[in-house]
Design a protein around this ligand. Structure first.
Ligand SMILES: *[C@@H]1O[C@H](CO)[C@@H](O)[C@H](O)[C@H]1NC(C)=O
Ligand SMILES: *[C@@H]1O[C@H](CO)[C@@H](O)[C@H](O)[C@H]1NC(C)=O
Ligand SMILES: *[C@@H]1O[C@H](CO)[C@@H](O)[C@H](O)[C@H]1NC(C)=O
Length: 598
């Protein structure tokens, strides 16, 4: 079996190389046909092979090394992230009894000193009371003056109504805040009149207005109009509804997990949630999760707590600004006072089947924490992996000024390709010869599917083939294409999962988005974090992000390779490349395992 698969791989590789390099159409056709036959063979082979493999942990090839996940079972939304007395806290939606979503959800809890290594603690909030007996859903933490953390969360009550509840630490001297006490006045906010019982959830972190009152938002909908209801309080127990919502948009369906925070107009630093618009130094971001589309959208605008008005500068439509154009939902941010930054994380769900999740014993990851700030042009946000990832870097490799000829492939060697951090800058010459594309009305995701990584263009596709087998029967292609329209350049970024695995029954949707940069003025940069079954990519210095989940059958552990590729007809220059292996972090490894492990 070893020999048969080995020779298949070699043959596949050569037929692919022949296909992309040959100019002669007969050779091209023959090589294409043999390539397809071989792919079919490998595909058949994959279906009849159980996935054991040569992975670092043979039974768990898809468990990640530096992404947050619980010791086992189901996880979804990040909840109540905060920094308190020297410790980072992260709570999460959790079914502690199985790998699938349940109608009894709990708050899992982990703590960290560096946002990289996490220690699991006991459940923080469990469904026990009439006001949350049918689930403890998402919510947020706020640190009140005098350094007092509180949590607001959604409970599903004994009548299956969504209501908002308050919880406080049992002992605020406990550095880990292990136990939380629910307020006797719960629910502190009841379902509003005229709102469906299951359309009222996910309170935000509170902010303080000019009048000294706290404000929060709660997501909702009425007749398909997405709503962010606004509430005010002086004591966190007695909340009053503001007469009009902070914002609403018709036709968008229920808004979940709203987030509302200031961003500085002149700095990449973050600001505490209560920083208001003093001397036009800040803008306010309203992020909402559109449940009907499982996507996080955001607005940038001006907020005044005096007249309680939020005026966004952009519209919320399906084609507008998103944190991430791949799999990335129910995100939440918090202000980190240690490094003066705002940090964002999100739930990245699985793309395999429920049966697969049962076999794995777990489901759901959180994205690697990102710093988030307002771009200089004030038109969009920028995201970048937090610098703490450098703690996990090893085996740096790199080079400069290397030409990637048309139809060429270059392996990035010397790092663990299945756990890696890669940064590349591409430089193009003669882009005035780029192909024409009128982007109006074009859905970039659709364009990426139609012009996938195997379709030759002029400038592009060029980029990375991640988690690839040596002969490329499996590959996740993250790439760019450059077009022009009326003297302007258009950069398209794609993440093509269609050949990411020879396994069937996976969601292999291709993702794509435009990157708002001018390739005449700046190089096109790509940073990609690769971790077993997740690929997170940052284009244009973090202006466009795409996250995907992939489950290779063969490109696992040492079998996983990483290539640069250029399948465009024009060559591109790699002006700079740096890549690292990323070591395994200690993420939610239970104490007993920890001891034997060390
Ligand atoms: C609160 O936590 C501190 C620190 O862990 C501990 O010393 C103290 O005994 C705790 N108080 C109570 C009432 O449990
Ligand atoms: C709650 O707040 C409202 C409005 O500020 C006030 O009228 C009411 O008396 C308060 N109720 C309690 C129980 O404090
Ligand atoms: C989770 O993943 C599935 C399959 O990839 C997708 O259809 C679904 O919308 C996702 N759900 C959420 C909430 O992200």
């Amino acid at each position: 079996m070893f020999f048969s698969s080995f020779f298949t791989e070699i043959a596949l590789f050569f037929s692919w190389v022949l296909y992309i390099t040959s100019k002669h159409s007969l050779v091209k056709m023959t090589s294409a046909i043999s390539f397809l036959i071989l792919v079919a063979f490998v595909f058949h082979h994959a279906r009849s092979t159980t996935i054991t493999s040569d992975a670092s942990s043979p039974e768990q090839p898809y468990r990640t090394a530096f992404h947050f996940q619980p010791p086992k079972n189901w996880m979804n939304d990040p909840n109540g992230p905060m920094y308190y007395n020297g410790v980072y806290h992260l709570f999460y939606q959790h079914n502690p009894f199985g790998p699938l979503f349940s109608n009894q959800m709990y708050w899992g809890h982990s703590v960290s000193h560096d946002l990289i290594n996490w220690t699991p603690l006991e459940l923080a909030i469990s469904p026990t009371q009439p006001f949350d007996i049918n689930s403890c859903w998402s919510g947020s933490a706020t640190i009140l003056p005098g350094n007092k953390p509180v949590i607001l969360y959604t409970g599903i009550d004994s009548n299956n109504r969504q209501v908002q509840n308050l919880a406080v630490p049992k002992n605020s001297s406990d550095p880990y805040l292990r136990e939380w006490v629910k307020s006797a006045t719960n629910p502190v906010i009841n379902l509003p009149n005229g709102i469906q019982h299951d359309d009222f959830r996910d309170p935000t972190t509170a902010w303080l207005g000019d009048d000294g009152k706290w404000r929060i938002l709660v997501g909702s909908q009425k007749d398909k109009t997405g709503i962010a209801f606004l509430y005010q309080s002086t004591d966190f127990e007695n909340w009053s509804t503001h007469e009009s919502p902070l914002h609403e948009v018709a036709g968008t369906g229920i808004w979940e997990c709203p987030d509302f925070f200031p961003v500085l107009v002149d700095s990449t630093n973050g600001a505490d949630t209560s920083v208001l618009n003093i001397n036009s130094r800040v803008k306010h971001v309203l992020k909402v999760g559109l449940f009907d589309y499982a996507r996080d959208y955001y607005l940038i605008g001006d907020y005044s707590s005096v007249n309680e008005q939020y005026v966004p500068q952009n519209e919320l439509t399906l084609g507008t600004l998103r944190y991430d154009y791949g799999k990335y939902y129910a995100s939440k941010s918090f202000f980190d006072p240690v490094k003066n930054r705002r940090i964002l994380m999100a739930w990245v769900n699985e793309s395999d089947s429920e049966a697969d999740d049962i076999a794995k014993g777990w489901s759901g990851l959180h994205s690697f924490p990102r710093s988030i700030w307002l771009d200089q042009n004030q038109k969009q946000l920028v995201q970048w992996p937090i610098e703490e990832i450098e703690m996990l870097h090893e085996n740096e490799v790199g080079f400069q000024n290397t030409n990637l000829e048309d139809a060429s492939l270059l392996e990035i060697e010397g790092i663990t390709a299945w756990q890696a951090d890669v940064m590349i800058s591409f430089k193009l010459t003669n882009i005035q010869e780029a192909e024409k594309l009128d982007p109006s009305g074009v859905d970039p995701q659709l364009l990426c599917s139609e012009m996938n990584a195997l379709k030759r263009g002029k400038f592009g596709p060029f980029g990375l083939l991640a988690l690839a087998t040596y002969e490329l029967s499996e590959q996740t292609a993250i790439f760019f294409r450059v077009f022009q329209n009326k003297g302007q350049y258009i950069v398209l970024m794609c993440s093509d999962q269609s050949r990411s695995s020879t396994r069937v029954g996976l969601d292999k949707t291709t993702y794509g988005a435009f990157v708002d940069i001018d390739p005449q003025q700046e190089e096109i940069s790509l940073r990609t974090l690769i971790d077993q079954s997740i690929v997170e990519s940052f284009g244009g210095g973090g202006k466009t992000c795409i996250t995907s989940r992939v489950y290779p059958a063969f490109a696992i552990g040492e079998q996983a390779k990483l290539f640069l590729f250029n399948y465009g007809r024009e060559s591109v220059m790699i002006s700079d490349l740096k890549a690292w292996s990323v070591k395994k972090a200690r993420i939610n490894i239970e104490e007993t395992v920890m001891c034997t492990d060390q």
